[in-house]
Design a protein around this ligand. Structure first.
Ligand SMILES: Cc1cc2nc3c(=O)[nH]c(=O)nc-3n(C[C@H](O)[C@H](O)[C@H](O)COP(=O)(O)OP(=O)(O)OC[C@H]3O[C@@H](n4cnc5c(N)ncnc54)[C@H](O)[C@@H]3O)c2cc1C
Ligand code: SF4
Length: 857
């Protein structure tokens, strides 16, 4: 058969999908595919561009299997732009040479649009579109920081999806960031006024300043021609060292214009439902294409166009009609999602809203006029229901809509309720039925298999939890046992991963991922890896790439409270504190205006600290001999004790002395979940030690040891583990018990369920700990000795390191001024956060306000 030549101009995300679709359909037996990309990299994941700063190089961003480009008949030319197109001669010019084509696909994407603002081209102004843009930005920030000797001040112009991505990246580079948005709210295209307000509070709470309803009028240079200041149509100017413009994109339709092809007046190559342009031999796909009278700024519609063109090139009649423009974004830990008819434009639609400005939650569902069919929604602050709700758009919601919105009750439907036709992955247009078929007909047994088979979850990844649920439900129906893989990036349980790190000596998440995982990791495996590395090596939690792996609380070594401020808990071993220590804590609380409360773990919690106050507070506490209480970490919390034989007339042993020794021994030990211990001086059990993970009760002959107790949702009494141990025997037994738990428990599994999950239960663990039944006792002892010997207070270490201290910045323009949204009222001689009524704001509660699209009822 005579071979034809297909030229693809542009080697971005959609071009890659096109080539993949052609190879899958065996089109290369008929077509020679020549792909020209102006960038020097093979097609990479632009959606995940922000993660580039966490990666070791651009190759980690590359999309899919690199062997695609070795397919016979396929040639990728990187660093090679198509210079022009002659549609009548069916040629393109590349490197000054003419190349003939039988079909041409324009996949040239978009460029970042910069508004016509004076000074927008100064040194220090950037856009946010390519790997090269990010490299240039990073170099500029680090050079300016070194030259200025202080943190760099940055601004992002544009508060949309891209702008917030860029703000996250700037903040991660250590820049004090301000977002400047022309509209009256952030993400105006995706979220409504209520969602915008909640988003603003959350973003500001993370230390990024926000100026809405603000038009940038000019950027002013210093003597050397570098950005120095921004001026606005209204409001004070802003001193800046770097500016990122994230003000939208424009299709790169210059090749089409030069070739005389029809383009839309507002940009974009006009194409019909088969993605064919005004020249029948030329197609347009992705962000450069204007199909159905609009350009589509997301990757999902581009992928559908790629499939359509692959089909057409083989004589098919596939069409592109419409696409899902749902968006989910997680930025600096803030969840935002918008899906379906988010603005309630469908005639007579109803809106159900839940808003809690104090907690930064805003959730809205748009329903059909009979309140049965889900039409769309907006979720800000908690988008956990997105994966379940988005596939239901256009389908009956089933049950009470409020159940989806109220905190703690937003349980998704069972996947059985999801119709086969429901779209689960909107990026790749994959339905629930297709995922189910991948299990039943194609024999897929894990998420990776389903992804490879259907492409579901291979772009933005927000549907992966739903894909996993569907997979597990289908496997369970077929009677197949479901594995305990940590997540889709590691086919290992947490315990197996722990062993891998321990045996291999791997010390970074990137190395672990490269050698034993896949992809870039997620919110599940990243903190687990951080915890494992911290358990094994006594390195600081904020060192190097570890900082980016931590949970929100670990990230700032404090516990975030409902109003976005933090609580500070110094360690008070065994609950014993000197009057001098108490005075220092009291003075710190007074000077910083903190609310104080004695905790259940016998220490003092100081509430209401702003992020930028944490170093100053800790500096005072550390000077007075206090150290981190790790109230934020999955680690040892406290060892509670009664007063014991020292003072109590019933006491038979020194419970305080033992509690202090145990607390100092296990402090800072990172574990699968929090760990609490208790020591009572006699059988009267005043320390409630049997409610702890490890409880110790004094006897006339020594100590009884109990394990597996906890309070919380499912309270458990600890079980007797060993009797009448000497102090030395007791400490070794606790060492081994804890270290065995740290090594083998599942993620977020406390000791009680862990004891139950171990084969042979408590008897088997007792045999390991007391009789060395597995021959690992020496190893467990050595690991605990290494922990004890290597311990260092992480707050003291932070105070000595200017790099780490820079994470504790809040409002860039006024670092010492409190967030005006923080409101307090006095109560019993202290302050507490104001309630909604006290602020004069209405918070939607269990009674949900319902209004029609036309306005309030
Ligand atoms: C930071 C960021 C975050 C994003 N987040 C999301 C998201 O969460 N969800 C989502 O759906 N979308 C997101 N997007 C948008 C998404 O990346 C785009 O929709 C997608 O990349 C479009 O693919 P494309 O192939 O059409 O264009 P591109 O990926 O831009 O590829 C076009 C390529 O063509 C090259 N090119 C241009 N002209 C020529 C020429 N004459 N010759 C040769 N090569 C040429 C360009 O250099 C470029 O490499 C995001 C984009 C960015 C920048
Ligand atoms: S547990 Fe025993 S020793 Fe401790 S305070 Fe109570 S009675 Fe006294």
């Amino acid at each position: 058969m005579e071979r034809s030549t297909l030229v693809v101009a542009g080697a971005g995300m959609v071009a890659r999908r096109l080539v993949e679709a052609l190879v899958e359909r065996d089109a290369t037996s008929r077509w020679d595919v020549e792909v020209y990309g102006e960038e020097v990299h093979a097609p990479y994941d632009r959606v995940a561009l922000t993660s580039y700063f966490d990666l070791s190089g651009p190759e980690e961003l590359l999309l899919g299997d690199a062997s695609l480009w070795d397919t016979p008949g396929v040639t990728l030319h990187t660093g090679t732009a198509v210079e022009s197109v002659d549609a009548s001669a069916r040629t393109v010019v590349v490197g000054g040479q003419e190349r003939r084509y039988d079909a041409l696909v324009l996949a040239t994407g978009s460029y970042a649009a910069v508004p016509p603002v004076e000074g927008a081209d100064l040194r220090g102004c950037f856009v946010y579109r390519t790997v090269d843009d990010l490299d240039a930005l990073r170099t500029w920030v680090s050079e300016r920081e070194a030259a200025l000797g202080r943190p760099v001040r940055g601004a992002v112009v544009g508060g949309g999806l891209l702008g917030l991505e860029a703000a996250g990246a700037l903040t991660a580079l250590g820049t004090e960031t301000t977002v400047v948005e022309f509209a009256d709210r952030l993400m105006p295209v995706q979220v409504d006024a209520g969602g915008g307000e909640a988003l603003r509070r959350l973003v500001e709470g993370l230390g990024v300043a926000v100026r809405t309803s603000t038009a940038t009028s000019r950027v002013v240079a210093d003597d050397a021609g570098r950005v120095e200041r921004m001026e606005f149509a209204s409001g004070d100017p802003l001193d800046v060292d770097v500016v990122v413009f994230a003000t939208g994109v424009r299709p790169r339709d210059e090749l089409a214009r030069g070739a005389g092809l029809a383009v839309h007046p507002r940009g974009g190559v006009l194409a019909d439902e088969g993605c064919r342009t005004s020249d029948p031999a030329v197609y347009a796909v992705g962000e450069v294409a204007c199909v159905s009278d609009r350009v589509w700024g997301l990757v999902g519609p581009g992928y559908t166009m790629a499939e359509v063109v692959a089909d057409r090139l083989l004589g098919g009649e596939a069409t592109f009609a419409d696409a899902d423009l749902s968006t989910k974004l997680k930025l600096l830990g803030v969840d935002v999602a918008s899906f379906g008819d988010a603005f309630g434009t469908t005639p007579d639609s109803l809106e159900v809203v839940y808003a809690d400005p104090v907690q930064g939650l805003y959730k809205k569902l748009v329903l059909s006029d009979d309140a049965s069919t889900l039409l769309g929604g907006v979720l800000v602050g908690d988008a956990s229901a997105y994966g379940s709700l988005r596939p239901l758009v256009g389908h009956p919601l089933g049950g009470d809509p409020s159940a989806w919105l109220l905190p703690e009750s937003a349980e998704g439907p069972t996947t059985g309720a999801l119709p086969d036709a429901a779209t689960v992955c909107s990026c790749n247009n994959v339905t629930a039925g297709t995922v189910r078929c991948a299990v039943t007909d194609q024999g897929c047994t894990d998420v990776a298999g389903v992804k490879a088979c259907t492409k579901a979850g291979t772009s933005c990844g927000s549907c992966v939890p739903m894909v996993k649920q569907l997979l597990h439900a289908q496997l369970a129906e077929a009677g197949i046992e479901v594995g305990n893989d940590l997540c889709e990036h590691f086919s290992l349980s947490r315990a197996q991963l722990f062993d891998v790190v321990r045996v291999s000596g791997i010390r970074t998440f990137s190395e672990l991922l490269t050698t034993h995982g896949r992809g870039r990791g997620c919110d599940v495996c990243r903190p687990v890896a951080a915890s494992i590395l911290a358990s094994l090596y006594q390195e600081h939690v904020l060192d190097g790439e570890r900082a980016a792996l931590q949970d929100t609380n670990d990230h700032v070594m404090a516990n975030m409270q409902k109003d976005g401020t933090y609580s500070v808990v110094p360690r008070i071993p065994g609950g014993e504190v000197t009057p001098e220590g108490l005075i220092v804590i009291g003075e710190v609380a007074k000077d910083f205006g903190l609310y104080t409360k004695i905790t259940g773990g016998q220490r003092i919690d100081l509430f209401g600290a702003r992020i930028e106050q944490l170093p100053a507070i800790w500096s005072r506490l550390v000077d007075a001999g206090f150290e981190s209480g790790h109230a934020y970490g999955k680690s040892l919390r406290t060892v509670k004790s009664c007063v014991g034989s020292t003072w109590c007339r019933f006491g038979v042993q020194d419970s305080v002395g033992l509690a202090i020794a145990l607390e100092l021994r296990y402090r800072g030990l990172r574990s699968p979940h929090k760990i609490k211990l208790g020591v009572s001086g006699c059988a009267r059990e005043c320390a409630e030690a049997r409610g702890k993970d490890v409880g110790v009760i004094a006897t006339d002959h020594g100590w009884n040891m109990y394990v597996g107790g906890n309070g919380g949702f499912t309270p458990r009494h600890a079980q007797l583990f060993a009797e009448d141990l000497t102090t030395e025997q007791l400490v070794r037994a606790i060492d081994r018990f804890l270290m065995y738990y740290v090594r083998t428990a599942d993620r977020l599994q406390r000791t009680a369920p862990w004891v139950e999950s171990v084969e042979g239960g408590i008897d088997a663990i007792r045999a390991v700990v007391l009789d060395d039944s597995l021959g690992i006792a020496a190893d467990l002892d050595a690991a605990m000795d290494a922990h004890v010997g290597g311990y260092r207070d992480e707050w003291a270490a932070t105070l000595e390191d200017p790099e780490k201290l820079r994470k504790f910045a809040s409002f860039v323009n006024a670092p010492d001024v409190a967030d005006p949204d923080l409101a307090y009222v006095p109560e019993r001689g202290q302050k507490r956060p104001a309630t909604a009524e006290e602020r004069g704001v209405v918070i939607g509660g269990p009674t949900l306000p319902v209004r029609t699209a036309g306005g309030p009822l």
